[in-house]
Design a protein around this ligand. Structure first.
Ligand SMILES: Cc1ncc(COP(=O)(O)O)c(C=O)c1O
Ligand SMILES: [Zn+2]
Length: 389
């Protein structure tokens, strides 16, 4: 059975700083929730050694993960590749890409799933449940199958059939609500009832306004920061460009760098550039309330869709000194082509790092000596083949 890392000091609210004993706080910080200021909880650790010599992939960083041991399909240790031509085209010193689509189910979500499954098993749960229209569902279903845990994925009707097949092939149950209930609110409220009533372990948010996914899982994304540090040492990239929906990935990378800074490994944290399909986090950074609804078009980029912002997404961008770039749908097809011509055929929601880089380098960053790292979150085989016709 999976055992909690004894180096965990406490959990804490990323917004108000309140400390809590380790537990499952599915709706985020209880104190903030009372004020309708929904915010995620995270973990503080005693240990300072971010890496051990034991294990492979993500397991090397078990010292700073909630479970040192977890079910593994070989996630992590993804390659960093230099894109010299793109750097020349963008007029910056260097561009690199970290290929998260080389994870077992083809996306960064494979860094989150093993820790959620470890937690669910440690709590004696028999099923996990998630609301997902794509990569999180595929990943959770695979890790649940590997571990012999039941899995239920609540997906919108219009989910890409290729995703549905990948989820159901694992033996997971795909739950599609009837047409009237098939809204974000409908799916989340169904999930909340199942989590609180039937004891299914919830992997993703069901509160409105949303918080991040299961805190145990989000910790897995810190390992991207550790791997970047292993690759670049103290000469870290100046900017990291990250496609964002709930901001789990963004927050995890930020927190990984914060820990490396706190424990004295690095001086400065790279500035994080949040890529979104239309202005959501951009508006919050400009002063709007993060709990609002931000309507906009994300028809081609469902994986980074949604009309809400999480506090963690805002806090990571702000805390790192970065900014947000909205890439409109009209640029998506060209982005897929441009990255594919460099050898990287990416999912639409992931390819938008290209436009974000060009926009940031062209308009927002006057220093032409900057180094950029793009996070390629998912591969192009998940695209609707019609997209490039
Ligand atoms: C391909 C892809 N990129 C980026 C994201 C954004 O991740 P997050 O929800 O952690 O912001 C997702 C998932 O939501 C995704 O599927
Ligand atoms: Zn709080």
């Amino acid at each position: 059975m999976y055992e909690l890392n004894a180096e965990i000091k406490s959990m804490y609210c990323i917004k108000c700083g309140a400390e809590y004993p380790v537990g499952d706080y599915f709706r985020g910080c209880p104190q903030c929730l009372e004020k309708d200021e929904n915010a995620s909880l995270s973990f503080r650790y005693n240990g300072a050694a971010y890496k051990s010599t034991m294990g492979k992939g993500m397991q090397r960083y078990g010292n700073l993960l909630p479970y040192r041991d977890f079910p593994t399909l070989g996630e992590g240790n993804t390659p960093v590749i230099r894109l010299h031509k793109l750097a020349q085209y963008a007029g910056v010193k260097e561009v690199y890409v970290k290929n998260e689509f080389q994870n077992p189910t083809g996306s960064h979500k494979d860094r989150m799933s093993p820790l959620i499954i470890a937690r669910a098993l440690a709590m004696g749960k028999e099923a996990i449940v998630a609301a997902s229209s794509g990569n999180a569902g595929i990943s959770l279903a695979a890790y649940a199958a590997y571990s012999g845990l039941d899995c239920k994925i609540i997906s919108p009707r219009k989910t890409n059939p290729a995703y549905k097949t990948a989820i159901e092939a694992t033996g997971a149950e795909l739950i599609v609500l009837d047409e009237q209930a098939d809204t974000v609110q409908g799916r989340w409220s169904y999930m909340g009832k199942m989590a609180e009533g039937s004891g299914w372990y919830p992997a993703t948010n069901y509160s409105m306004p949303p918080v991040g996914s299961c805190s145990f899982g989000v910790q897995g994304y810190k390992t991207i920061a550790y791997e970047i540090f292993d690759e670049f040492g103290r000469s870290l990239p100046d900017y990291i460009v990250i496609p964002v929906s709930r901001g789990d990935l963004l927050w995890g990378i930020y927190e990984g760098f914060m820990e490396l800074q706190k424990f004295g490994y690095i001086h400065d944290i790279p500035k994080l550039i949040c890529v979104e399909p239309f202005e959501r986090v951009s508006k919050v950074l400009a002063g709007e309330d993060y709990r609002k609804n931000f309507p906009g078009d994300y028809s081609l980029t469902g994986s980074i869709g949604g009309t809400t912002v999480t506090y963690q997404a805002y806090a990571a961008v702000k805390g790192s000194g970065g900014f947000a770039v909205a890439v409109p749908q009209g640029k998506v097809v060209e982005d897929i082509r441009q990255m594919a011509r460099l050898g990287l055929y990416l999912e639409a929601s992931s390819s938008v790092v290209c436009s974000a880089l060009l926009e940031a380098a062209g308009k927002r960053i006057p220093d032409k000596h900057s180094v950029f790292l793009l996070i390629a979150t998912s591969g192009g085989f998940k695209n609707d083949p019609e997209i490039l016709c």
